[in-house]
Design a protein around this ligand. Structure first.
Ligand code: DX5
Ligand code: ZN
Length: 220
């Protein structure tokens, strides 16, 4: 089972003064995707990076850029992130009035579309949307910061979403973001997750540790 697990390090925990080298280092250390947290200081209480940084990082890795947008409104920035080199673009349904339109826009840009569920966002948000999604991202912390503790109630949500994904028969990734470490990674995988975001747990100890950190999260 663990060979199917994808690890997506969140560069929020990287050294921002050396971001290009950090992306090269996690790529060489065997990550699957590069998770990029975009925050606007309005939808979430923190500000991080924008499309110019995504574009600057693009030449540093050929691995998929998994761009997690925590911005509102979101629709007007989708094209910028697509052109900057995003492969997967995920957004929060609370970030705009028309989530279905947002999915359509992402797909029209030729990118994969992900929907992000905050800890208190109900499952029925997936109704009428799930069939059009490439990815569902379960937040196991409230978005805004790295280094927070995993919220255990989200394991039940992961289990319920796994059932719903399997019922569609479609290839929809189930990703978990927040507080993933050597204790919570196996719990999230057992609940049905197939893709793990990890910031703190990937970058701890510096570049010499990235490969071991990533394979540990994979359960190897
Ligand atoms: C939180 C971000 C996460 C965060 C994860 O808003 O979406 O991607 O960086 O960090 P850790 O793995 O440290 O909880
Ligand atoms: Zn994230």
């Amino acid at each position: 089972m663990s060979h199917n697990i994808r690890i997506a390090p969140s560069i929020l925990s990287a050294d921002f003064a050396r971001l290009g080298e950090e992306v090269q280092a996690i790529d060489a250390a065997g990550c699957d995707w590069i998770h990029i947290d975009v925050m606007d200081g309005h939808f979430v209480p923190n500000i991080t990076i924008g499309p110019a940084v995504v574009k600057a990082l693009r030449p540093h890795s050929n691995k998929p850029f998994d761009v997690h947008l925590m911005i509102s409104p979101v629709d007007q920035f989708l094209e910028d992130f697509a052109e900057a080199g995003a492969d997967i673009i995920s957004f929060h349904p609370e970030a705009g009035a028309h989530p279905h339109r947002t999915v359509q826009t992402i797909k029209a840009l030729g990118k994969q579309a992900g929907l992000v569920l905050n800890p208190a966002t109900p499952l029925d948000t997936l109704d009428y949307l799930i069939e059009d999604l490439d990815l569902i991202l379960v937040m196991s912390v409230n978005p805004g910061f790295g280094g927070q503790s995993f919220i255990d109630t989200q394991l039940r949500k992961i289990e319920a979403i796994r059932v719903r994904i399997d019922a569609t028969g479609k290839d929809i990734r189930l990703e978990v973001d927040g507080g993933i470490d050597l204790k919570t990674a196996p719990q999230a995988i057992a609940a049905g997750a197939d893709t793990l975001v990890a910031g703190t747990a990937t970058f701890k100890g510096g570049p010499d540790h990235y490969a071991a950190n990533i394979s540990g999260l994979r359960g190897e």
